[in-house]
Design a protein around this ligand. Structure first.
Ligand SMILES: Nc1ncnc2c1ncn2[C@@H]1O[C@H](COP(=O)(O)OP(=O)(O)O[C@H]2O[C@H](CO)[C@@H](O)[C@H](O)[C@H]2O)[C@@H](O)[C@H]1O
Length: 599
């Protein structure tokens, strides 16, 4: 606790400076109130730290004056303790998430879910939170701040604008970076011809614009300033730590800022030809942080000079103050050849600064008791609504409406990662065992075809919804009995947790976050012992998958009381973001204690 003192001192002075030196519109009274509340909280944090430091330095012989002062301190400590009892953090921080996607505005996968929910969980604990993401569309609920700035990269000066969304309920500042390269008719990252050729440029601008957002955008009347924690999500945001180290700190700006690289998927690293280094506007001494020479077996043929490349993720790993990934098991995988994708040696070297924090789920978006996208709502106390959801799903898809037939669901990106190939292999087993299979996904064309072929071959039992449909993903999660996740690797996985919250039992490959969350059911577990959450299989092959799925189907048919016990137990688990938010906050505090990482 004693080492906390300098952090709070920095926090209060920096926030104070940003309030006084930046122009604050007189009309932004509400925002000013929010800011001043924040400063008050921070000042209270300073007092807390001073108190703790004071306690450590106390001499044995206390004078009467000291005793009186101590009484005052005890009172102050009591007020802090009562704040803690409210579930609020007393050590509040300014946190800026930088991300390529954020739900509900832009989403291709789980990254958007995390950036749409974790900041709100941190804000609920008293932290000031901003999310910076590209403005891919004309978001009606985000207003133009009027702030414009120019960022220098790729041989030119590029003007970006900032749009802002804030609601009292969430208390998160969503800041959307506006640039012509973001608004395209295709999807976020590409179109039918593949990935956009200028993605490196688009996300370099995002990184630069995000740092400037903290300095310049007067959210609620006052900018965040330069004493912030940047949470840089995946390779798209991984240059933020590099710019802090190479451009800002040497110029005496952002000296109090720290950065965390949050790894959601290490397979995608943002890899470009080494000749692009000059476009990034980074001093040459940082070239080694970005350079990566792929070993021969991992080369994809497109890089010059024997596999040499510029790798954004690697740069983030080198320059971030800490690296966080989205589950404890994935930490071990990425620091080893099993899941390091060439980065294992670097991550192994930074293992003291590498932590796994299991994702949570949003209980406002994914709650069967209140979900407006479902034909019926239900709770763990009364599952009758779930039976209605199942019947409605079977009817909607033109499948036989029969409560005794187990409905097995798959939802996800159709990608090598998700193991859809082994799901395709076991479709005949599923149909032979008189189950129904419903798959929702989009992605690699050969896997989309595999889904279509399965439906064509087994029209009475299989449905393949090739596309992206959030409303249907909710109806499917609620209407199914079992959700399968045969992922080859899975940093965390969210669908298994959504399934658990909806009383749908997960069957998953024991990898990454699935290993941490899908625990095989123990029918002999006594009172107070771990019951399990579903069924997991260790080897990634069709036979092992069938073994686990057979357990789930057999339990559903022959031991309905056990199946229901598992459903209820899963629905009553705390899967919320609260615990993860506490763990992130602790990592931020540790990062603020250390000197900044220089790369
Ligand atoms: N066709 C479709 N229609 C509608 N919704 C669809 C859909 N396909 C996928 N989704 C939704 O997208 C999200 C996918 O989340 P995941 O965590 O399972 O995977 P993803 O691999 O994208 O995320 C990466 O980041 C997250 C967040 O850290 C990690 O959990 C994960 O392991 C890692 O691979 C879920 O909300 C799911 O419902």
């Amino acid at each position: 606790m004693q080492t906390i003192a300098p952090i709070r001192w920095r926090a209060s002075t920096k926030i104070g400076r940003s309030l006084s030196s930046r122009q604050v519109p007189a009309s932004a009274l509400q925002g000013l109130r929010r800011s001043s509340q924040h400063v008050t909280r921070v000042n209270r944090g300073v007092r807390h730290a001073q108190l703790v430091r004071g306690a450590a330095q106390q001499s044995v012989a206390e004078s009467e004056t000291e005793m009186a002062a101590k009484d005052v301190r005890v009172e102050e400590l009591q007020s802090i303790v009562s704040d803690e009892a409210d579930g609020k953090d007393t050590e509040t921080m300014s946190i800026v998430f930088v991300t390529s996607e954020v739900s509900p505005w832009s989403k291709t996968g789980g990254l958007a879910d995390v950036c749409g929910a974790l900041p709100a969980a941190l804000a609920e604990k008293g932290h000031r939170c901003m999310v910076v993401a590209p403005r891919y569309g004309y978001y009606e609920d985000a207003l133009d701040t009027g702030v414009r700035t120019k960022v220098q990269c790729f041989g030119g000066s590029h003007e970006v604008g900032y749009f802002h969304h804030w609601t009292e309920e969430e208390n998160v500042d969503y800041v959307f970076v506006d640039h012509p390269s973001y608004q395209r008719p295709g999807s976020i990252y590409g179109n039918v011809h593949g990935e956009y050729g200028d993605n490196q440029f688009r996300y370099t601008i995002l990184c630069m614009a995000a740092i400037e957002a903290a300095l310049q955008v007067p959210c609620g009347g006052a900018a965040y300033g330069d004493n912030v924690m940047f949470v840089c999500n995946d390779w798209h945001a991984a240059l933020v730590p590099v710019y802090l180290a190479a451009k800002y700190r040497p110029g005496g700006v952002m000296l109090g800022a720290r950065s965390i690289l949050a790894v959601h998927n290490l397979r995608h690293q943002g890899v470009y030809p080494p000749t692009t280094f000059g476009d990034l506007g980074i001093d040459g001494q940082y070239y080694p942080a970005l350079e990566y020479q792929y070993p021969e077996h991992l080369r994809q043929g497109s890089y010059e000079e024997e596999g040499r490349s510029v790798n954004h993720m690697k740069a983030g790993i080198c320059c971030a103050d800490r690296v966080v990934t989205v589950s404890p098991s994935y930490v071990g995988e990425i620091a080893s050849p099993v899941g390091g994708w060439g980065m294992e040696w670097l991550l192994g070297g930074r293992s003291a600064k590498l932590t796994g924090v299991l994702n949570g789920i949003s209980k406002t978006e994914w709650n069967p008791a209140t979900d407006k996208l479902l034909p019926a709502n239900y709770t763990s106390k009364d599952l009758s609504g779930k039976a209605l959801c199942k019947a409605s799903l079977q009817e909607e898809l033109g499948l036989p409406v029969d409560p005794s037939i187990p409905v097995i669901a798959f939802i996800g990106r159709l990608d090598f990662q998700k193991g859809v190939d082994i799901l395709a292999q076991i479709v005949p087993w599923i149909t032979d065992n008189k189950c129904q299979l419903v798959m929702l996904g989009t992605g690699e064309p050969y896997l989309e075809d595999a889904l279509r072929i399965a439906e064509t071959n087994f029209r009475d039992q299989v449905r393949a919804w090739v596309g992206y449909d959030v409303a249907f993903s909710h109806r499917l999660t609620a209407g199914a009995d079992i959700l399968v996740m045969p992922s080859r690797f899975e940093p965390c996985g969210l669908n298994q947790m959504y399934a658990m919250a909806y009383g749908t039992i997960p069957v998953a490959h024991a990898t990454g976050g699935l290993k941490d969350t899908v625990l095989s059911y123990d029918p002999f577990a006594g009172e107070g012992e771990e019951l399990g959450t579903g069924w997991a299989f260790a080897e990634h092959n069709a036979n092992a998958f069938i073994g686990a799925l057979d357990c789930a189907v057999t339990t559903y048919r022959e031991y309905p009381a056990s199946f229901e016990k598992l459903q209820v137990s899963n629905m009553e688990r705390d899967l919320s973001w609260s615990k993860a938010a506490d763990e992130y906050a602790q990592i931020f505090r540790w990062a603020f204690m250390d000197l900044p990482q220089t790369g």
